[in-house]
Ligand binder design. Structure first.
Ligand code: MRU
Length: 340
């Protein structure tokens, strides 16, 4: 039996402005925020109203459309948007795609932003089809962060693979890591899995090892924010630990991402800029301080999983096996314009 899952999207273009689902307050409240300037879009990306690598790229493209509509300086607007978050290459990829247009009037930029969004959804569905072939019947799948419709144009990458396997009628079960400190797994992935009726349990991040040892995980699938030529993949902090654990327990570990997440300019993951976020993400829970005053904090938002620990990298073109070499992607992926 096949099932159809609903399309969850993080943003919608509405005639002359952008609507964003406020992911900071999901799943408790579903509120859409109106954005009318590129500065508002840049702030929304920084504050994580919208998050997830492909979704950030799509938002930035719509931000450029708003800049053109408002008659703002497009070079400056692109710099402002590029300075919002440093790790996900999709942001710079989307901005470069807009900046390379010959005609950069509002209608043309809007059409390009809509194309980026449409193509992302198509890529996600293709990733889902390729990835679902790796998911056995009755599989128990561990995932981390949120890589679903909320992080993309819809359907998702790693969660898209899970969704497609479920749509194909495979009897699967998901373990979703809570993903401290921002809880994208517990809040957002659990929200999407609940909506789609996919069986799952949320787990504390620290529970992954014992679940693997108990034979309760058949495969791990995670997303990515930037993948270097050699397959080193930046993703939400904690992903690297899952890959090490998977290797120890002889469990396949897959990364699923569209080609807009490949960075052919970086030979290895050592050069990927890792965002550090505020201390309050750790020292406070729901705005209430839980750490001692003056507690020093180190809060990197991402880590890099070495390509050699990744069993396969699933893109819209198929499943890539080790040793990875994404150098040829440079033909289709423009050089990212790093912030600054
Ligand atoms: O800090 P976030 O929530 O933007 O981090 C998101 C992730 O790490 C995702 O796994 C990644 O962007 C892929 S989303 C399809």
């Amino acid at each position: 039996m096949t099932t159809t899952t609903g399309l969850i999207t993080p943003q919608k273009w509405q005639a002359d402005h952008l609507l964003m689902l406020d992911q900071r307050i999901l799943p408790l409240r579903e509120e859409w925020i109106e954005l009318r300037t590129h500065e508002e879009v840049a702030k929304a990306i920084k504050d994580m109203v919208v998050r997830g690598a492909p979704a950030i790229g799509i938002s930035a493209a719509y931000g450029m459309a708003l800049a053109a509509k408002n008659g703002a300086d497009l070079q400056q607007a692109s710099k402002t948007l590029a300075a919002s978050r440093p790790t996900a290459v999709n942001l710079f990829w989307a901005l470069d795609r807009i900046n390379s247009l010959q005609n950069r009037d509002f209608q043309r930029i809007l059409a390009e932003a809509q194309a980026i969004e449409r193509e992302d959804l198509e890529m996600n569905r293709a990733i889902g089809r390729h990835g679902a072939e790796l998911v056995p019947q009755n599989a128990s799948i561990l995932t981390v962060c949120n890589t679903g419709g909320l992080a993309t144009a819809g359907h998702g990458t790693a969660l898209g693979v899970i969704r497609t396997a479920h749509e194909q009628g495979k009897d699967i079960h998901v373990y979703t890591c809570e993903t401290r400190p921002r809880m994208q797994g517990l809040r957002l992935t659990a929200y999407e899995l609940t909506k789609d009726g996919i069986p799952f349990h949320s787990i504390a991040d620290g529970a992954a090892a014992s679940l693997m040892r108990a034979g309760k995980v058949d495969l791990v699938i995670a997303g990515a924010d930037r993948i270097a030529v050699n397959g080193d993949a930046a993703n939400k902090i904690g992903t690297y630990s899952l890959a090490v654990l998977a290797l120890h327990h002889k469990i396949p570990f897959y990364i699923a991402a569209p080609s807009s997440t490949l960075d052919p300019t970086l030979p290895t993951g050592d050069q990927i800029p890792i965002e550090e976020r505020s201390a309050e993400e750790l020292t406070e829970v729901d705005g209430v301080r839980v750490a001692p005053d003056g507690c020093p904090v180190y809060n990197p938002a991402f880590d890099v999983t070495p390509g050699e620990l990744i069993t396969g990298i699933i893109t819209e073109k198929g499943v890539n096996a080790k040793p990875y070499n994404f150098a040829l992607a440079s033909k289709s992926i423009p050089q990212p314009a790093l912030p600054g």
